[in-house]
Ligand binder design. Structure first.
Ligand code: AMP
Length: 283
């Protein structure tokens, strides 16, 4: 396994692999790896000739007052995990190489999609995400890139960005991996106190409640969101940022439920912002 931090060296590796007829599978991450990340890497290894994983805590996707400085990091452990998975390259660029002084080019999606759900609580977040992913695609030159459904809105934004900027990259979305008690795996779970960790699975339980209501025939989004909010109201020291029952492509709230539905929530448990979602296909 090679660890590359130089941008030109990364691109040259991918060009050589492509010239040798090998496709590149790319998994962008912010590190502090868990089995959710591992599932993406394993799928990339199955489908591609070479696997590149990036570890980069991208400053442009964090807002003022967010957890950029505190974001958990453990490069040594991450490299051990990726080495055991026989990844070809771990790309670890420096922030000052990605965004040198005077940097001024950003990818801004002009669509209501980026202002909804997480976009409402994290202004500028998806601009930072789209910018770094576009830059990484240009550096790593992947044929396939792997993302987790856990970040549902990010998946939608990246698919749109890749299509509209004509990146020749196939975007693959894989299911959310969960802890045994249902909590969606996340690097940020490490912030939770013992008490918060114990309470956190309630978030997934609230999504399952919504799913159950829909499967039992409830078609009014408003009824479902208020039941979910009521369930989440039992969480101590929690701020419910949003409870959404929306069209899974447009993120618009339907009056009556039909088609593919995204059930999504964001909750701040103490200082930790947690998101989760499930997809439901209605016939
Ligand atoms: P992050 O390091 O949190 O930026 O995540 C890197 C990639 O892993 C993103 O595509 C995430 O959606 C994905 N990911 C994060 N958590 C999970 C999870 N629990 N299950 C599957 N994929 C995940």
């Amino acid at each position: 396994m090679r660890v590359i931090s130089d941008i030109a060296e990364m691109t040259s590796f991918s060009q050589q692999k492509n010239a040798a007829g090998l496709s590149i599978g790319f998994v962008p991450t912010m590190g502090y790896l868990h089995p959710g990340h591992v599932s993406l890497v394993k799928q990339a290894a199955k489908e591609c000739g070479a696997v590149v994983v990036s570890i980069f805590v991208n400053p442009t996707q964090f807002g003022p007052g967010e957890d950029l400085a505190a974001y958990p990091r453990n490069l040594k452990r991450d490299l051990e995990i990726l080495d055991a998975l026989k990844v070809d390259v771990v790309f670890t660029p420096e922030a000052k190489a990605m965004y040198p002084a005077g940097y001024g080019t950003f990818v801004n999606l002009e669509t209501p999609l980026t202002g909804k759900l997480c976009g409402e609580f994290r202004p500028g977040h998806f601009k930072g995400v789209a910018t770094v992913v576009a830059k990484l695609f240009n550096i790593v030159l992947p044929q396939k890139a792997y993302f987790g459904q856990k970040d549902a809105q990010q998946c939608i934004v990246i698919k749109k960005m890749a299509a509209e900027l004509n990146f020749p990259v196939n975007i693959v979305i894989l299911p959310t991996l969960r802890e045994k008690d249902g909590l969606a795996m996340s690097s940020r779970n490490t912030y939770l106190s013992a008490e918060e960790r114990k309470a956190a699975p309630e978030i997934y339980q609230s999504l399952l409640l919504a799913k159950k209501m829909i499967e039992a025939g409830e078609l009014r989004a408003e009824k479902i969101t208020s039941a979910v909010r009521k369930k989440l109201a039992g969480l101590k020291n929690a701020e419910i940022q949003y409870v959404a029952v929306v069209n899974a492509s447009s993120l618009e709230a339907p009056v009556l439920l039909s088609c593919e539905i995204l059930l999504a929530v964001a909750v701040k448990l103490g200082k930790t912002r947690l998101i989760d979602n499930i997809l439901l296909q209605l016939s």
